[in-house]
Design a protein around this ligand. Sequence first.
Ligand code: HEM
Length: 208
Amino acid sequence: MSDAGHERRRVYDPALRLLHWWNAAAIVALLATGWGAELFEHGAGERAVWTVHVYAGYGLVLGLATRFAWALVGPRHARLADMWHPQAWRRLLTDFRLPDRHRWGHDPLASAAFLALYGTLAVMAVTGLALAASELGMGPLAGGLLDQVWLAELAEEPHEFLASFVAAFIVVHVGALWLHQRIGGVPVASSMWTGIQVRSARREGGNA
Ligand code: HEM
């Protein structure tokens, strides 16, 4: 599909888009309850807020596991290979050359941030399950781990520190989409709603 100066292609499948919004909603709920719980410290609602936090965590683990499976068996632009661009990253680091921004599918630079986010979320899921077990007696690891102070101490700092990285990712991700749109004059963000990516047709290049 094309019009004056723009090309459009259906790129992101419905399952990938549903998983994006499922995981994004779980992450926002986790950050809101994780930080919001401090408002309820030692109050009546504290346990309830942490319970919501743990259930949002289960939701995220489910969403991440499904996204990982979809990255192995899903269509081309949902696959891990669509986010794996070592040559583009190497060119940027050694020659300071920006990757081709006109390829279809995941942006090569943004992909590095997406993969870093997924790695971070995996560590947060493990440390979160350890904290749920040791501090709240909840979750699949709960049996025998309640009140294991060493485990809570081991998991707490990385869990809290990485939450800040996730929050920073959201600010940069949404800001980059907005900037891309402002500067490039091409609607970028809508592809995660509609599945249709819009590219400027001015330059040649990009994958078929
Ligand atoms: C809590 C907020 C958000 C989080 C955690 C988040 C996370 C992510 C992740 C992990 C990906 C990679 C998707 C994949 O696995 O294939 C992605 C891609 C994308 N997201 Fe978000 N996202 C958030 C908010 C938004 C918003 C508000 C928009 C705008 C409507 C948006 C639009 C997109 C688009 C267009 C892509 C594809 C970018 C590309 O092609 O390289 N996201 N996001």
